[in-house]
Structure formats: C-alpha cells, structure tokens
Design a protein around this ligand. Structure first.
Ligand SMILES: [Zn+2]
Length: 339
C-alpha cells in the first residue's frame, strides 16, 4: 500500500513525459520497487500468498493506469504549448498607433520640396494689420476683400499707420514683412493659417496657405514657370504638368492662374477637371509698387510670388478620398484612419 500511495502521488506531480518515464522505471522496471516486492512473494507463507499476490497485482494495475492517464494529460498539454509556441502567424495585439494630421503631413512635405531649391520657411502673424494684408500689397481702399463680409476684423478703430487689425486672409501678408526683414536675394516660403468668411465643400473659415516669394536681380517669368513645374512634379508626380493663364491680382503684374494637369484623366478631360486641367491657385511677378512698399528698388530687383491652399493641393492629390474640405477639421476617426 505504501508503494502504491507514493507511486500515485509522484505520478500526479510529474511535469513531463521524461519524468513520468523515470517513475515508471523506478516502480515497474527490472529492479523497480514493485518488481522487487513481487519477487519477495515467494517468501510469504503459502496460505497468505494468494491474497498478497492479488494485492500486488492490484497495486501494479493502479500504477499503470495512473501513469497512462497522466501521460495522455501531459501529452495534450505539451502539444497545446507546442502549437502556441509555434504559431507565429497568429495575429498579435496591435498597439494603437496614430499619425500626424493630414494637413501637418502636407505642410511638412511642401516645406521639404521647397527647401531643396533654397526656400526658407518663415512664419508671420495670423493676427495682422491691414497694412501688410492689403494696403502695401497694392489693394485699393474699396477692394471687396477689405469688406466686413470677406474678412474677420479684430479691431475696427484703425492704427494711424497700419490700419485696422484683422485675421490674415492670405499668406501674402508675409511678402512685405519678409522684405522688411531682409534684403534681396529673398527666397521665402510662408505657410500659415488664414481666415475668411466662407464655408462650403471646398472652403472653410480657417484654412492653410503656402506663399512663395523670390526677389533677386533678373528674376523672370521663366524662373516662376520652372519653380511651378518643379513643385507640381515633386508633389503630384513626374507625369503631371503645370500651365499658367493670364489673370488679375492686385499685388502681381503680370498675374497668372496656375493649373495642374488632371491626374484622373491624364489631361484628356473628365468630370473632375476642366478639359484636363485643375486650378491650383495664383501667381505672378511682384508688382513694382509692392517692391517699393517693401523698401526694394524695382529698377534693380524683380521677383515672383505664388500663393496656394494647402488643403486644396492635398485634395487635388488625394482626389475622391477627400470630397469635402470640412472633413479635415471634423476629428472624425473613420475619415482620418483612411490615410
Ligand atoms: Zn480629368
């Protein structure tokens, strides 16, 4: 009985097949405890031998059965562990990783593209004086952009020299500030938030613009066209082209609208574009009055400028994924997680 009890408790404690095999040998092997005990049976008086024999067999059977049961349990467990260890294809638990907002990504990409051709990124005030946003950019006093219905006014009573305080409606306000800050050569990239009274699928009251300004000796339309082409190919892709169309802006002369060939129809014409072209924004040669207002002699220096919406170029790049600009500011994760 002692042998049986100690064997059973050892079997139950056995952790793996190897240990179980050792226990088996220890009790049932050639010189195992039970085998030796069975050999001793001959020494038992003949009248008790049958009872002792049957008890010994009973012990042997119990030990064998316990080993068998425990063995299958250990094997099940081991194969389970083995599968768990080996299944490297099982999906893991992914930690939630976010990404920079689309606008931040676009601003970084645009800055990097222009950095390669020598443009320096600058930042100028979002709360701006009329002088920088309109007056020195050659806007007449009665220009509609200076109307209450177009621009947000912070203070109506004007500063005697700088006029009313407003939320800047465009990044062009950085042009005069940059000319005041440094002498030519100037290669400025001003990316900032702008504000206008507007809200529809392609406009929001707050938006971002990036403004380029180059002032140096002998700067011509060819430099402007080369810079536009470079940006369009770097940002939209090598297969895209740019074109300029005559237009009118107060602060450039001559002025142009810049178009990019449509990525959907490759310039053949589709419902997204106008005969193969998409409008990107304005540009032109810096007006002599603006140079003068910035303290630069237009007889010595010339320059070009362009100003485009960050949201607009992003929407043109992503196409149908962004069909309403206001989604960009909705904090809707279903929308943002697409990118
Ligand atoms: Zn098209």
């Amino acid at each position: 009985m002692q042998i049986k009890n100690s064997a059973v408790s050892m079997i139950i404690d056995a952790a793996d097949e190897k240990e179980l095999e050792e226990i088996k040998l220890q009790f049932l092997g050639k010189s195992g405890k039970l085998t030796l005990a069975l050999k001793e049976i001959t020494k038992v008086p003949i009248e008790r031998r049958a009872a002792v024999g049957s008890l010994a067999n009973d012990v042997k059977k119990t030990i064998e059965e316990t080993i068998k049961n425990h063995e299958s349990r250990i094997m099940n467990q081991e194969s389970k562990t083995r599968t768990e260890k080996l299944d490297i294809t099982a999906p893991g638990i992914k930690p939630a990783i976010g990404h920079l907002h689309l606008i931040t990504q676009a601003v970084e990409e645009i800055s990097e593209i222009f950095r390669h051709i020598g443009f320096t990124r600058v930042r100028y005030p979002e709360v701006e004086w009329d002088k920088y946003a309109f007056e020195d950019l050659n806007f007449p006093k009665n220009h509609p952009a200076r109307d209450d219905w177009e621009t947000f006014f912070i203070k109506q009573d004007p500063d005697p020299k700088k006029g009313p305080m407003i939320l800047t409606p465009h990044t062009s306000s950085g042009q005069i500030r940059e000319m005041e800050r440094k002498n030519p050569p100037i290669r400025m990239l001003n990316i900032a938030k702008c504000y206008r009274r507007q809200s529809d699928v392609s406009h929001s009251p707050m938006f971002h613009q990036f403004e380029g300004l180059v002032v140096d000796k002998n700067i011509s339309i060819a430099h402007l066209k080369g810079t536009l082409d470079y940006f369009v190919k770097s940002y939209f892709g090598e297969d895209r082209r740019s074109r300029i169309r005559p237009y009118h802006f107060q602060f450039t002369e001559p002025s142009f609208e810049v178009d990019v060939s449509c990525g959907m129809c490759k310039g053949h014409g589709c419902k997204l574009c106008k005969e193969g072209w998409l409008e990107m924004g304005g540009s032109g040669m810096v007006h002599p009055n603006v140079l003068r207002n910035g303290g630069i002699d237009p007889k010595e220096f010339t320059g070009f400028a362009f100003g485009w919406g960050v949201e607009r170029v992003l929407m043109m790049k992503e196409g149908i994924k962004i069909d309403d600009l206001r989604f960009l500011y909705s904090s809707n994760l279903n929308f943002l997680e697409q990118f």
